[in-house]
Design a protein around this ligand. Structure first.
Ligand SMILES: [Ca+2]
Ligand SMILES: [Ca+2]
Length: 497
C-alpha cells in the first residue's frame, strides 16, 4: 500500500534527515520502496517534456524506462521493454490544475449566507464565516440532502484544520449513501496543520443515482478538546468541461519492439498522491449509462490499435482538475510490454488547440493548414470529396487511420471487389482525414454485419454493444463525442446508406 503522511511542523526545516526503524528483536519482516519527499509549496501548473533534454523533476518514478532514441522517435523518448511480471510505468510529479469556477457544476455550495442548504443535516458543527466548522465534542457529521447524481462524475471540496488547538491532525471520512447501502468514498482524509486540503474524488458508477446522500464525518469520535475542522466549497461536477481548458497531449508507440498482442498501456490519474488511480478517459457508448455525453475513446492503448507513433489529445476530466493531481502511463504487467511515450504536455491548453495543434506552455503550435490562437481557422481547404473502394491495400489519402481490418471476402461481397473486413482483436475503426462538407448532403457506403459466406466466418452481431457506429468530429477528434445523430447499424444483411 502507498502510505502518505504529513511531516511534523518541527521536521519542516533545513537539514532534516529521516529514518525508518524496525524493532531488531521482531521476527516479522518489512519492506519499503518508492520513497518520495516532494515540494508541496509550488506545484507547477503544467508539465511539458520532449525527453530530449529531460527535466527529471517532472517525474517521480519511471522504473525500467530508458530515455533514448528508439522506435523511430523524434529525438529521445521514454522507452519501456519489460517482460511479463515486470512493472513498467512513468509517473509525473504532482501538478496544480485547479480551474476557476464555472457554470458546469451540478451543485456548488459555498455556505456564504452562513446557512445550510435545504435538507442538509449537521451534527456537532456550526455554519460560520462562510464555512461549516466542525468542533462539537461528540459526533461530528455533515450530510447533504438527497442529491441527484445521475449526471455527476466527481465531488470536490475543501477541508481545513481549525488550527487553534494543539492537536495537528484530524481524519475525515466521507461516504455516499443510497437506499440500502453505503460506500465509503475515500480512505480517511488527513488534514494536517495549516494546510488546506482540496479533495477531488470520482464517484463510482454504482452511486450515480437519482437519490444519494453525501456525508462527512470524523473518523475517530471527537474527544473533548480535539481539533476542529472546516469544510467549504462543495462541488459536484460532470465528467468533462463544456469548454475545454485543460488537456493531456502526448505521442505514444505501443509497437515498439515485440509486445504481446494483448498488452496495453493505460493513462491514469491520482488525486491522492498515488494511493488510488483512475483512468483519464473511459469509453461510453450509446446504450450504456454515461454521464457527460458519449465517448468513443478510452485512455488505454493496444499494439493492435495503431501503427507507429500516435498523437493523443484528450480533455482532462473535472475530477483531475484540482490543486494536486499526478498522472501515470502504466503497462499491463501480465504480458510482455514494449512501448514508448514522447512529447508530453499536461496543463492548460485553450480549446485543446481545437484538435489541430500542439499544446505548449506558450500557447498552441498549429498543424499545417490551421491558424489562430486556438488553431480553429483553416487556411488550406480540406477535400470536399472522398471516394474509397478499397480496391488495393494502398488506401486513398482521404483515409486517415484504419484499425483492426484487412481486405477479404470473409463477409462476402458488399460492394465491388474485396471489401474491408473488421475482425481484428482490439479496436476496429476507420477514420477519414479532415473533409470540407459544407456543400455535401450525403454519406454513402455499403455495409454487411455478419454473414454466412462460404469463404470464411463472419459472425453476426449479438448485443447492442456490437453495434457499428458512425460518428463525426469537427475538432480533430478532440471531443471524441458522438453526434446526436449517431447512426447505429444492427441489421445483418447488406444495406446501402
Ligand atoms: Ca523526443
Ligand atoms: Ca465559503
Amino acid at each position: 500500500m502507498v502510505h502518505v503522511m504529513s511531516l511534523p511542523v518541527e521536521a519542516r526545516t533545513d537539514g532534516v534527515c529521516l529514518r525508518w526503524h524496525g524493532n531488531q528483536a521482531a521476527k516479522s519482516c518489512w519492506a519499503i520502496d518508492n520513497v518520495v519527499v516532494t515540494n508541496n509549496a509550488d506545484r507547477p501548473r503544467h508539465l511539458q517534456d520532449n525527453f530530449d533534454s529531460i527535466d527529471i523533476s517532472n517525474w517521480i518514478f519511471f522504473p525500467g524506462a530508458q530515455i533514448r532514441r528508439a522506435c523511430q522517435s523524434q529525438g529521445a523518448a521514454a522507452v519501456f521493454r519489460a517482460a511479463a511480471g515486470q512493472t513498467s510505468y512513468i509517473e509525473t510529479q504532482d501538478l496544480d490544475l485547479q480551474t476557476p469556477d464555472n457554470e458546469d457544476a451540478l451543485l456548488a455550495v459555498e455556505f456564504e449566507s452562513n446557512l445550510l442548504p435545504d435538507g442538509w443535516q449537521l451534527t456537532g458543527g456550526t455554519v460560520i464565516n462562510g464555512q461549516v466548522v466542525m468542533s462539537g465534542e461528540n459526533v461530528r457529521r455533515l450530510c447533504t440532502n438527497n442529491l441527484d447524481l445521475r449526471k455527476a462524475h466527481s465531488i470536490q471540496f475543501q477541508l481545513h484544520l481549525d488550527g487553534t488547538d494543539e492537536v495537528e491532525v484530524a481524519e475525515v471520512e466521507i461516504e455516499l449513501k443510497v437506499r440500502g447501502s453505503k460506500q465509503r468514498l475515500t480512505e480517511p482524509i488527513v488534514i494536517s496543520e495549516e494546510a488546506r486540503v482540496s479533495v477531488s474524488h470520482a464517484i463510482d458508477k454504482a452511486y450515480r443515482r437519482k437519490s444519494v446522500r453525501v456525508c462527512w464525518s470524523q473518523r475517530n469520535q471527537a474527544v473533548p478538546g480535539a481539533t476542529g475542522w472546516q469544510i467549504d466549497r462543495v462541488r459536484v461536477l460532470p465528467r468533462v468541461q463544456s469548454v475545454v481548458t485543460h488537456v493531456a497531449q502526448f505521442r505514444i508507440s505501443t509497437q515498439c519492439g515485440t509486445p504481446a498482442a494483448e498488452s496495453s498501456v493505460a493513462l491514469l490519474y491520482s488525486t491522492n498522491k498515488g494511493r488510488n488511480w483512475h483512468p483519464v478517459q473511459t469509453s461510453c457508448l450509446p446504450g450504456q449509462e454515461c454521464s457527460g455525453g458519449f465517448w468513443a475513446d478510452k485512455s488505454t492503448y493496444h499494439p493492435t490499435d495503431t501503427a507507429g507513433w500516435t498523437i493523443v489529445t484528450m480533455p482532462l476530466p473535472y475530477a483531475a482538475l484540482t490543486d494536486s493531481v499526478r498522472f501515470m502511463w502504466r503497462g499491463d504487467k501480465r504480458t510482455n510490454q514494449s512501448w514508448a511515450i514522447d512529447d508530453v504536455y499536461i496543463g492548460a491548453c485553450p480549446a485543446g488547440c481545437s484538435g489541430h495543434g500542439a499544446c505548449t506552455a506558450q500557447g498552441c503550435m498549429c498543424d499545417h493548414g490551421y491558424q489562430g490562437e486556438t488553431c480553429h481557422l483553416s487556411y488550406v481547404s480540406p477535400p470536399a470529396f472522398l471516394h474509397e473502394t478499397f480496391s488495393s491495400d494502398q488506401l486513398t489519402a482521404g483515409v486517415a487511420t484504419l484499425e483492426g481490418a484487412t481486405r477479404g471476402f470473409q463477409c462476402g461481397i458488399v460492394g465491388s471487389g474485396k471489401p474491408l473486413v473488421f475482425a481484428g482483436a482490439g479496436r476496429r475503426q476507420l477514420t477519414t482525414g479532415d473533409l470540407c462538407t459544407t456543400t455535401n448532403r450525403f454519406l454513402q457506403f455499403g455495409i454487411r454485419l455478419g454473414s454466412n459466406a462460404a469463404k470464411g466466418r463472419c459472425t453476426a452481431p449479438e448485443g447492442r454493444d456490437e453495434t457499428v457506429l458512425v460518428m463525426y468530429s469537427c475538432d480533430g477528434e478532440l471531443s471524441a463525442a458522438f453526434s446526436s445523430r449517431t447512426l447505429s447499424l444492427m441489421a445483418s444483411q447488406t444495406r446501402r446508406y
